[in-house]
Design a protein around this ligand. Structure first.
Ligand code: JHZ
Length: 411
């Protein structure tokens, strides 16, 4: 597979495709009951590596307006996400001695799950969030929110109007923006000279090493190594000054960036060297991934078919975007799984794209007690195990699909 398209980062026509998930419905386009009969739009989903700048990307990105103007994902539904946000906000307020003259900004601020921690500490905030349906919840959380896509122009406009950020958070959005150079330029423009951007994004090495292929969907245009981020940021006036690997979402990078010039930390140099040693900036690192994914999908489907054939009742947990990719790639639908449960009231009553499983409240598991539950939101498995003690205690079993299917029993 070789894609003729140009890299969205550096513009070189050096994309080398290594994973093709075929024509796939949009992972967060949950279906209302009256939409179940109609045809579902599907779009190509293929992942490529840029041999010039090492940026991993999908080859056919869709316009962000089609994906994010209305959004069913509310960050506050997951305790792990809320706790992670609170920990970093509290830490930065103290480390950087922030006060009422500072401004904490967040791009893709969702329901205010992160910025409300700054509000509680008396620090002025501004959220920027494109999904109109999420904004009222953020405002109820006390987080003033501008309903807009963040761009280079918006960054410059905010800076000219005097809104420059001491801290700028951008969690799980660097992966989502096709016009990535303008987006990074906008961050550089809106930062104070001594400000810091704190950017969390899933780490491509965790994706490859732990077969987290289901985190590929149309919303995720890019899958970053630190090497690719370093090149992208330098091109657009930002410098990586520090980095941490954090466990959230199956393994992410937390990158600290500033307007240059700046001295990167020892950890930045160390991780860049580690990536170079492991060949992360070369296509060989990605070469076997497509066939490993095929194997995993076959193994998972075979396991479910075997359990079902033995008379077991099967369901799933987590109407996650990654769940849509997993079910569609492995060809798992209503013939194997009866339903999926999810804690989010914004998802309940709807159906998973492609697989068409109905989405029910999480409490349904303990009441209905299916024999096995496929954990689609495997990145939150510890939280889900704690919460579903009653289901597991009554003999229920969880199946964690990646990096290889494994069954968890009662603890
Ligand atoms: P979760 C999201 O992807 C969306 P998804 C987004 N595109 C992104 O970039 C990545 O995260 C990083 C539910 N749940 O977080 C909530 C429970 O029901 O794995 C969600 O619907 N009970 C911005 O959608 C889903 O599961 C629980 O106890 O793949 C989890 O979705 C918990 C913890 C979650 O992300």
């Amino acid at each position: 597979m070789t894609s003729p398209r140009a890299c969205l980062g550096c513009g070189a026509e050096t994309l080398w495709s290594f994973l093709d998930l075929g024509e796939t419905p949009l992972a967060n386009s949950l279906l209302a009951p009256d939409a179940l009969q109609g045809p579902e739009p599907r779009f190509p989903l293929e992942v490529a590596f840029c041999q010039a700048c090492a940026l991993v990307q999908i080859t056919d990105p869709l316009p962000p307006e089609a994906l994010f103007s209305e959004y069913s994902y509310f960050s506050s539904v997951s305790d792990t996400v809320v706790d992670n946000a609170k920990a970093i906000a509290t830490r930065l307020v103290s480390e950087r001695e922030l006060g009422p003259d500072d401004l904490a900004m967040e791009i893709a601020s969702n329901d205010g799950y992160l910025l409300r921690n700054y509000v509680a500490a008396g620090i002025p905030v501004l959220g920027i969030e494109p999904a109109a349906n999420v904004v009222p919840t953020a405002e109820e959380n006390g987080v003033p929110t501008r309903n807009a896509f963040f761009t280079s122009e918006l960054g410059s406009d905010l800076a000219s109007a005097g809104s420059r950020a001491s801290i700028l958070h951008a969690n799980n959005v660097l992966a989502h923006v096709p016009s990535i150079n303008g987006f990074v330029k906008g961050i550089a423009a809106v930062l104070r000279d001594d400000g810091v951007a704190v950017i969390e994004t899933p780490y491509v090495c965790d994706l490859i090493d732990h077969l987290e292929f289901d985190t590929v969907y149309h919303e995720h245009v890019f899958y970053y190594s630190l090497s690719a981020i370093d090149t992208l940021f330098r091109r657009n006036g930002l410098m990586v000054v520090d980095v941490e690997r954090i466990p959230i979402h199956g393994g992410s990078l937390r990158v600290f960036a500033a307007r240059g010039p700046a001295q990167p930390s020892h950890e930045v140099d160390r991780l860049l060297a580690e990536e170079a040693d492991r060949g992360v900036t070369l296509k060989g690192y990605y070469a076997g991934f497509g066939s490993q994914v095929k194997r995993l999908c076959v193994d998972l489907r075979d396991l479910l078919v075997r359990l079902k054939g033995g008379g077991a009742r099967l369901a799933a947990y987590g109407a996650a975007a990654k769940g849509a990719t997993l079910l569609n790639a492995a060809g798992i639908g209503r013939e194997l799984l009866e339903y999926v449960v999810d804690r989010s009231p914004h998802k309940q009553g709807l159906h998973m794209p492609g697989a068409l499983l109905p989405i029910l409240p999480a409490e349904h598991l303990a009441e209905d007690r299916p024999d096995f539950v496929l954990v689609l939101a495997w990145n939150h498995v510890e939280e889900i195990v704690r919460q579903q003690a009653s289901y597991l205690g009554s003999g229920g079993r969880f199946i964690v699909p990646v990096p290889e299917p494994r069954i968890l029993g009662p603890r």
